[in-house]
Design a protein around this ligand. Structure first.
Ligand code: ASP
Ligand code: MG
Length: 459
């Protein structure tokens, strides 16, 4: 069994759907089922959010947004189907009807709860999954529609629900044992035990795909998107960036943590890694390109750079320590926060702090520490520098000490000062003044990546 997830841009145009057909035909669909998990059409989830805003504000503006959303789907259906138009249209009209009823009820009520929010957002995936099922059927591909609310069982933490793995695994297994075959499944949405619609957080369709893949022990889970996989650096900043052939799950986690825009839903990768299921990221618009394969324990010599631009540096005397409950709160929330080495010998400890949590160190904010502890902290902690750039080189297999020597040589030749650094088990983080970051990124990319391409191991 294989799970293929198609994101918003991959389901929103004729070209992308033609490519989807070719991709699906490359599988032996009769012998080994394929589950296709889809996102809403590109931009629709944001439109649904605008609709919710308008409903909360009150007044008639919501009607405009409602019509825009309905028309977008109608137009797409009319544009897609040359044959079987009536059947597909009828199915979409049904969803439209339910959508209008729900919106009218909310307009009447004049208030939107978190449960309403999830119900409204679910229409994005309901529309797209139904349209795509009809589309594939109209080309003779044997796929059926499945609403994930019967499969993904969650708690009632609306907008960002937590999966109940036990019940979800049971629901998924029961369904697919009774209904073998190929399905198109709504991403992003689930339901509580009592049937109330929930959502898994923005970008949650990746998570839906990995849940299905994990429970059913898929051969692999592939995310079909609009880029050539995971890149060595952000191609908008480093024109020579290229895609990585393979990386490990740990490297992927590291890249997301240190600022790469790798666009993988954070909950997705842990389960796949635990169950040893490869995760592949490929480009729907360049379907013959191999993309990036994420596996456990990869030892390829490839390295990737990530940039985090919203950080500051704080310091305090070495003998003093931040209150334990305070650091625990920062770590539990998974904020970027770590000690660095600097060249100064002033008896102080230096830390990088993501701007998201710099308010923890400024007066007048609610943190987990008591009043007295907090005022002591404000006295002790100095915010040394704001606006720094954190560049992280990730590679499980590099010799970090050697790399650091090389990097320092190159940077000192160019006269670029390094504010501080830190070595982690699969990465080196370097801190620079923000003014330099573009030049530094290109320099590091040239120095670290091009020389190693020959040793790239393709698995
Ligand atoms: N449509 C949802 C979103 O835009 C879920 C997804 O696309 O993964 O966040
Ligand atoms: Mg690697």
């Amino acid at each position: 069994m294989n799970v293929l997830k198609f994101g918003g841009t991959s389901v929103s145009s004729k070209i992308s759907l033609q490519n989807m057909r070719h991709i699906l035909r490359s599988y032996d669909l009769e012998q080994e089922p394929v589950l296709v998990v889809v996102s809403a059409l590109k931009g629709i989830t944001n439109e649904l959010l605008s609709l919710l805003d308008a409903l909360e504000t009150g007044g008639p503006t919501y009607k405009e947004v409602l019509e825009r959303i309905v028309n977008r789907h109608d137009d797409f259906v009319n544009f897609l189907f040359e044959t079987e138009l009536e059947n597909s249209k009828a199915i979409v009209k049904e969803i439209e009807k339910a959508f209008r009823v729900k919106v009218a009820a909310l307009a009447e009520k004049g208030r939107v709860t978190d449960a309403d929010y999830d119900e409204i957002l679910s229409f994005g995936e309901l529309f797209s999954a139904n349209i795509i099922t009809c589309y594939l059927q109209s080309y003779g591909l044997d796929f059926r529609f499945k609403d994930a609310r019967g499969l993904i069982i969650t708690d009632d933490n609306h907008k960002n629900a937590r999966v109940n793995w036990e019940q979800t695994a049971k629901a998924i297994r029961t369904f697919f044992v009774a209904n073998p075959g190929n399905f198109v499944i709504t991403g992003f949405i689930g339901a509580t035990e009592t049937g109330s619609t929930t959502t898994l957080g923005r970008g949650g369709s990746d998570y839906t795909a990995t849940i299905l893949g994990t429970v059913l022990g898929a051969n692999s889970v592939t995310k079909w998107t609009d880029v050539n996989g995971i890149m060595t650096a952000d191609p908008n900043k480093v024109p020579k960036a290229h895609s990585l052939t393979n990386i490990s799950f740990d490297e992927l986690k590291n890249l997301s943590k240190f600022g790469s825009n790798v666009l993988v839903h954070p909950e997705s990768i842990g389960q796949l890694s635990k169950n040893n299921i490869p995760f592949v990221i490929r480009n729907t618009f360049n379907r013959n390109f191999r993309g990036t394969q994420v596996i456990n324990g990869d030892r390829s010599a490839q390295k990737a750079l990530s940039l985090h631009q919203a950080c500051s540096i704080i310091s305090f005397e070495k003998e003093w320590n931040l209150p334990k409950n305070f650091t625990k709160e920062i770590i539990d929330k998974d904020y970027l926060f770590f000690r660095i080495k600097t060249s100064s010998n002033d008896g102080r400890s230096y830390y990088v702090v993501a701007d998201e949590c710099i308010h923890f160190f400024t007066p007048g904010t609610g943190t987990g520490v008591s009043g007295a502890q907090f005022s002591e902290m404000i006295r002790k902690v100095v915010i040394e520098k704001r606006n720094i750039a954190l560049i992280t080189i990730t590679s499980q297999s590099m010799d970090k000490k050697q790399e650091l020597i090389r990097i320092n040589e190159v940077l000192s030749q160019e006269g670029i000062p390094v504010v501080g650094f830190r070595m982690f088990f699969n990465s080196i983080s370097l801190i620079f003044d923000k003014g330099n970051f573009k030049e530094v990124l290109e320099l590091l990319h040239n120095c670290l990546l091009t020389t190693d391409l020959t040793t790239d191991v393709v698995v």
